[in-house]
Design a protein around this ligand. Sequence first.
Ligand code: SAM
Length: 341
Amino acid sequence: MKEKLIDNYNRKIDYLRLSVTDRCNLRCTYCMPERGIKLLDRRELLTFEEILRVVRILSELGIKKIRLTGGEPLLRDNILDLIEGIRNITGIEDISLTTNGTLLGKFLKDLYSAGIRRINISMDSLDPEKYRRITRGGDLSKVLEAIESSIEMGFESVKINAVLTGLFDRKDSLEFIKFAVEKPVSVRFIEMIPISGLNFVECTRNQINTGRLKVGISDIFKSMNKFGKYHKIKEPLGFGPAVYYRINGSKGKIGFIINKRESCYYCNRIRLTSKGSIKLCLFSGLEIDIKKEIRDGTDNERIKKLIKSFIKRKPKDRNSNMKCKVGSDLKIASFMNKIGG
Ligand code: SAM
């Protein structure tokens, strides 16, 4: 009989965020330092064979949904082979992808053939110059083209992730809302999570990563009013913590991912980092080194036991684990490209 992963707070864990690489072709200011970070030696990354073995073990423990992330997942060589491999694992019902969209255009057809139907694309501004500043060099036109093609090809779900930085202003909010009114996509506004280790002095000078937002969530709601009446969508869309709204007559939706501890009470996810550790919570330093177990020759039944007992240590919420506090702020203690945002 299939087992289930249940933590100490009775949360059923059935969703895995799988970081396939720590490499990225952008340097988003809120995610990575300008000069990048020390990258893992390629031998430190899990091989496809190792990833598939961990996914098989996790699927036997009740993981059903997998989102590929990174780093930029489309930079991992032969990523389509990995997707095919995961799709063939019994018990995995959904594979999706989070990407910065810059390489997406050339992968779209093959991703569709490989079974991907849901894509999240990170795009923090519709202004090419602002986008370039936030991503430190990204070309917005490539991302917009890939979004159009994803819609044309009939992907079931195309979501746009826009992190609210200090550069985000009312014009941005109006442009994004218009985008969601005109296109069948979900635009999701994400509250930025501070990451310790990022150069916040530099970021503050550039007015990008400051906590002092020009436009906050309540201002976005005010901007939505300009486009018409809106209502909250009751049925869940996807498997994450976003809350969605639809403006009457619009083709798309607007979502919010707010950095609050209440979303932890429904948390259904764990992460497999690019270096092969399972992580229970973005905000917690707790990890179990699965790669070491695999490379030391531990058998599957023993690894299952280790994971089942480790899952009991999943923190109740983001505030209950003191390790994630830096000063008085709640921060993530590692760069997102390593963990898999
Ligand atoms: N390269 C891919 C991309 O850009 O979507 C996948 C990796 S990226 C780390 C995954 C998501 O994490 C992106 O949507 C990004 O905006 C989000 N992210 C990264 N750093 C963040 C932060 N400090 N606060 C909130 N979201 C963050």
